[in-house]
Write a protein that binds this ligand. Structure first.
Ligand SMILES: [Fe+2]
Length: 261
């Protein structure tokens, strides 16, 4: 099926309770004249401002999907490393409604987490947090191409569209079916033209905790034929300070922001 130009949309992921990054990215999206934003999940976890980030994506995004951290805040952090678990426990403690309190704001945010869907699908693409095979939890890693080609091929087979947008690894780039190399942003100068003869998994990177050694927030604009990656500077020192001041969040969650890892 061929697909042509369409109204541009922005796709964001892995905000991770980083309010400064989220505000900067939404400002950048608006400055591009883009009205629609799809959020691929992990709005919470790691950072200092889970509630404010939920309120902002709820107001700004047309689609909000469920990530593994969103799920873990609702149901416990199972299989998480100790640093990630600590922040999930912290966010769970802040946000879980206490039936005796009758706090309507808390209840509203909790119900927002509960209603998040694992996947979103339209005519020319599908989107999820993790992978087309396991939309909430599975990582599609660049190293899989070398170490686990069976996994990669099974994931491509699980796709129902030619294009899948994902987040989760916080490492932006593109994997094409039949291509043994993971395409990093530098290989296509932040502009990837979609070839619909082939399936592609497009990792859109992270707003709130980039891990490709570039500390600037990452998101994409998709217009039906191409994907443009945008990097946005934000006040990461402010986010770091908030993390350092919160004993329930591991300081490593702050330090890593400066290095983008
Ligand atoms: Fe994440």
């Amino acid at each position: 099926m061929s697909s042509g130009p369409s109204e541009p949309i922005a796709l964001i992921s892995d905000v991770h309770a980083n309010l400064e990054a989220l505000i900067a990215v939404i400002d950048d999206i608006r400055s591009q004249g883009i009205a629609k934003i799809y959020n691929l999940g992990d709005t919470v976890g790691y950072g200092p401002d889970p509630e404010a980030c939920i309120d902002l994506v709820d107001a700004a995004c047309q689609v909000n999907l469920c990530g593994n951290h969103d799920y873990a805040v609702l149901f416990e952090a199972e299989g998480f490393n100790p640093i990630a678990k600590k922040s999930v426990d912290c966010h769970r403690k802040i946000m879980r409604p206490n039936p005796e309190e009758n706090d309507q704001e808390k209840l509203r945010r909790w119900m927002w987490l509960e209603q998040l869907e694992p996947m979103y699908e339209v005519q020319d693409f599908e989107a999820m947090h993790g992978s087309p095979r396991q939309p909430i939890t599975e990582y599609v890693l660049p190293s899989d191409l070398e170490t686990d080609p069976v996994k990669t091929s099974d994931i491509f087979s699980a796709m129902s569209k030619k294009v899948a947008f994902v987040g989760h690894t916080h490492f932006p780039g593109v994997m094409e079916d039949g291509n043994d190399s993971f395409l990093m942003l530098s290989t296509f100068d932040n502009y990837y033209r979609i070839n619909r003869d082939n399936r592609a998994i497009i990792n859109i990177g992270s707003v709130g905790q980039p891990r490709d050694r570039n500390p600037r927030s990452c998101y994409v604009i998709y217009d039906g034929v191409s994907v443009t990656y945008r990097r946005v500077e934000y006040d990461l020192e402010k986010t770091m300070q908030k993390i350092m001041a919160n004993p329930d969040i591991h300081p490593a969650c702050g330090i890593r922001l400066r290095d983008g890892r």
